[in-house]
Design a binder for this molecule. Structure first.
Ligand SMILES: Nc1ncnc2c1ncn2[C@@H]1O[C@H](COP(=O)(O)OP(=O)(O)OP(=O)(O)O)[C@@H](O)[C@H]1O
Ligand SMILES: [Mg+2]
Length: 248
């Protein structure tokens, strides 16, 4: 049996009367790259935050990295690298200072070495003294990835990591993601870009907080009887919107 890095059922979260994540099931095999897609407001960020132990779900059971994701949330947090939609860097600290700060947060014993290794790996060395606030989008993104890799997580939850960065930086970022997966790290990554979806092993598509499709890009296209992935998603969300209107 394949080891599952994420194995969660019934994930649910409401804000007021509205269920923004509704009975989501998520299974991700170790070492895989899974793309998480869906329209704005469909519940991707909310789901990712629950999976990494930052947000308490209303419902749901299961395991993340073999840990009970609800009862062992603090242990999950230590083993997961979470990259937020807005990167969450300290703009008035340099690249090195940002990484050093994160290493302190994780009480890493070999801090200097870990920061040096991260600077090296992400090609940040030449600009280590530059303030994060003055970096371009592509460099900020690289720094954010370095920061979430620092504590050697086994699972990465990346929330639109390439939003607003140029095509070359996006391509390099995805090369990094594939290298990390080769090393056995599992990746769940949200994106609105179809070319990025094509570079994932599998996809999960949600709308209105519910999973509408999952599987390889090819199987989703085939099942929807669509021309391509974008066409498949347009069809799926169209059907869901009709059902939603009927139900509501
Ligand atoms: N703290 C909150 N309080 C109230 N509503 C919230 C809160 N956080 C999220 N929501 C609502 O929950 C829904 C799902 O939001 P979420 O951020 O998870 O969507 P998303 O799929 O990440 O969207 P996007 O693609 O725009 O990032 C949205 O309608 C949002 O307005
Ligand atoms: Mg989001």
């Amino acid at each position: 049996m394949t080891e599952l890095a994420i194995d969660v059922q019934g994930l649910t979260k409401s804000y007021g009367q509205r269920k923004v994540v509704d009975n989501v099931e998520m299974q991700v095999a170790a070492g895989r790259i899974v793309g998480f897609l869906g329209p704005n407001g469909s519940g991707k960020t909310t789901s990712l935050r629950m999976l990494c132990g930052l947000l308490t779900p209303d419902g749901g059971e299961g395991k993340v990295l073999g840990l009970d994701f609800r009862r062992q949330a603090s242990e999950v947090k230590r083993q997961v690298g979470y990259m937020t939609q807005k990167f969450g860097l300290y703009e008035d600290l340099s690249i090195r200072e940002n990484l050093d700060f994160v290493a302190r947060l994780f009480s890493m014993p070999d801090r200097r070495q870990a920061v040096d290794a991260a600077l090296e790996r992400l090609g940040l060395k030449t600009r280590e003294k530059q303030l994060a606030g003055s970096l371009s989008g592509g460099w900020k993104q690289r720094l954010a990835l370095a920061a979430c890799l620092l504590h050697k997580p086994r699972l990465l939850l990346l929330d639109e990591p390439t939003a607003g960065v140029d095509p070359k930086a996006r391509r390099e970022f995805w090369d990094q993601i594939h290298d990390l997966a080769q090393e056995g790290i599992t990746v769940l990554v949200s994106t609105h870009y179809m070319d990025e979806a094509e570079r994932c092993d599998e996809l999960v598509y949600i709308a209105y907080g519910r999973v509408l499709a999952r599987g390889t890009a090819a199987s989703i296209v085939a099942e929807a009887g669509a021309r391509d992935l974008e066409d498949a998603f347009v069809k799926l969300v169209g059907q869901a919107t009709d059902n939603f209107a009927e139900a509501g």
